[in-house]
Design a protein around this ligand. Structure first.
Ligand code: ADP
Length: 537
């Protein structure tokens, strides 16, 4: 706590003693300095910023009025009370004109004097407070100015960076405002879509006059479903495919990402669309499919001849009791593996070109399971537990294709698990569907890999073939998925590292099964042998 500081200037020693006593008596704690002359007072004022000064007017040498002038020059905010004699009106007027805070008349009324002094101190304190607040405001203003300047520079830098990034992008960028006008494009938009900055602002509707856009199947995209229009409705996508046809240019395949632009309150103020040119990729994909189709067909014919001839030679050598027959057995296995790969490639090209035809018939799933399990046991010498119903389960299915699915799942379970671990094939049925499960105790598949195992050419990193000399290109499960879906069923995998894998297949049961008319089908005959069924040789 700081106490008020008061200076009393008077050449009368009696008053110089009496006034401080009167002040302390009436105003409590305060510091009172005294000076017996104006020059001495100025010395003190130069050092101390007093809260109030009380001075007699009439003093030898420099009088109170002259002192007042000096105080105003030195400490313009310090209130000064002047003491005047009775009926010295001229002096009083001069004092007030000179800026005195108050006049104290002699003989001094102590209460009036103390009250006036207290007011003067209060005014000075308030002025000081205002001064401090003003200084604080000025400091804040300077700080704010610096922050604004710094942020402006940062924003300018960010805007420049963002502009450079947008311009360097291989994709075209279009930005529209809330009224569906394109207001910003990058350079790539010029080469890809034919929209340059000179065309802006350009209404989306207008841009459609020279650009016709279609879904990949060739159906025109309605205006309301254009990417930027969808973005303006708050929709977001990263995989929107379209064909762009412009009058004088070849067709372009685009993959578009779009999203709304919102202000701080979440209101949509525009939209952004980014177009990636897929034309070259799609042409390459077509070339690859054509190559796969031609290569697999061209390989199939000579391979079938080699397989037939090898079997004839093997039989002849066996009949002649030649030890060379063992080589032919190995050769037969190698040809079998090659045949599996060629068949997978053929299936892929059939799937891609929509030529994977199903030859469906009513057949018994139970008999099929036993048959495929037997084949896999014979080929691998491994243990396969079959836990399926006794009674036949009749399905409308392409027997060869469903046995291909089962053989693929069993062969995977066998080849990716250690030789001493059993594999289980189980089945259960309801009135409407049959569920097949192939369970192994192999390494298991990490959760983030599971969604990919049914993709083309996908092999889970780190999973190696543990038994048999099986081959793999990551095509089997993709083909299984296609076959099962074509039967109106579902296929999925459950697995965790170290816990083995379960592959599930659900197939719809035919009405024949619902009528429990099991005699419809001669189960054994229905199961045709599939010459190229997948085993793990
Ligand atoms: P591949 O011919 O390579 O076996 P698939 O399409 O049949 O091709 O399987 C794709 C990939 O999924 C395999 O390469 C393997 O990494 C993983 N996979 C399939 N079945 C299993 C399984 N039972 N256990 C562990 N990983 C498996």
């Amino acid at each position: 706590m700081t106490y008020p500081c008061i200076l009393i200037v008077d050449d009368d020693p009696a008053l110089l003693q009496a006034l401080p006593e009167a002040i302390q008596l009436r105003m409590g704690e305060c510091r009172v300095d005294t000076s017996d002359s104006a020059p001495a007072a100025l010395g003190r004022i130069g050092v101390t910023d007093y809260d109030a000064i009380v001075s007699d007017i009439k003093m030898p040498g420099m009088d109170g009025l002259a002192l007042l002038d000096h105080i105003h020059a030195l400490r313009p905010d310090t209130p000064t009370l002047l003491i005047t004699g009775h009926s010295e009106h001229d002096l009083a007027v001069q004092a007030l004109r000179g800026g005195a805070y108050d006049l104290i008349q002699k003989p001094i009324d102590r209460d009036y004097f103390a009250a006036s002094l207290a007011r003067a101190i209060q005014v000075r304190a308030l002025k000081r407070q205002v001064e401090q607040q003003q200084q604080a405001i000025e400091r804040h203003a300077v700080e704010l100015e610096q922050i604004v300047e710094q942020r402006t520079q940062e924003l300018q830098l960010q805007a420049t960076e963002l502009g450079a990034i947008i311009e360097a992008m291989a994709e075209s960028v279009r930005v529209c405002d809330a009224t569906a006008y394109i207001v910003r494009v990058n350079q790539r938009a010029g080469t890809l879509l034919g929209i340059t900055r000179d065309d802006l602002p350009l209404s989306i509707e207008q841009s459609m006059q020279w650009q016709k856009v279609y879904y990949p199947d060739g159906v025109p995209i309605p205006y309301k479903d254009l990417p930027l229009l969808r973005a303006l409705r708050g929709e977001t996508a990263t995989d929107y495919h379209m064909l762009l046809r412009q009058s004088d240019r070849p067709e372009i395949h685009l993959r578009c990402s779009y999203a709304p632009i919102r202000d701080a309150c979440g209101v949509i103020t525009g939209g952004v669309a980014i177009d990636h040119d897929l034309t070259e990729l799609i042409h390459l994909e077509r070339h690859k499919d054509e190559f796969l189709s031609i290569a697999s067909h061209e390989l199939k014919t000579p391979l079938t001849s080699i397989k037939g001839l090898a079997q004839i030679v093997q039989r002849r050598l066996e009949r002649a009791g030649s030890p060379e027959a063992a080589h032919l057995v190995k050769m037969g296995r190698a040809i079998g593996r090659m045949e599996m790969l060629v068949n997978d490639l053929l299936d892929i090209s059939r799937i891609e070109s929509g030529r994977l035809a199903l030859r469906t018939e009513h057949a018994d799933l139970v008999a099929l399971c036993h048959q495929v399990a037997d084949e896999q046991r014979a080929a691998t010498g491994r243990r396969i537990s079959v836990e399926i119903p006794q009674a036949p389960v009749t399905l409308e299915m392409d027997v060869d294709r469903i046995s291909q699915v089962l053989a693929n799942l069993l062969s995977n379970a066998l080849k990716y698990s250690p030789a001493d671990r059993p594999v289980v094939l189980s089945a259960r049925t309801t009135d409407s569907e049959a569920t097949l499960r192939v369970v192994d105790q192999g390494p298991g598949i990490p959760a983030d890999e599971l969604p990919h195992v049914f993709e083309r050419f996908y092999r889970v990193p780190g999973i190696t073939i543990q038994t048999g000399s099986g081959v793999g290109m990551g095509l089997g499960l993709y083909i299984c998925h296609e076959i099962v879906e074509r039967h109106g069923g579902r296929i999925w995998a459950e697995s965790a590292p170290g816990k083995g894998s379960i592959f599930n297949v659900v197939l719809p049961v035919t009405p024949a099964r619902k009528r429990a008319d099991h005699t419809l089908v001669n189960n054994e005959n229905a199961v045709r042998s599939h010459a190229t069924r997948r085993t793990t040789p």
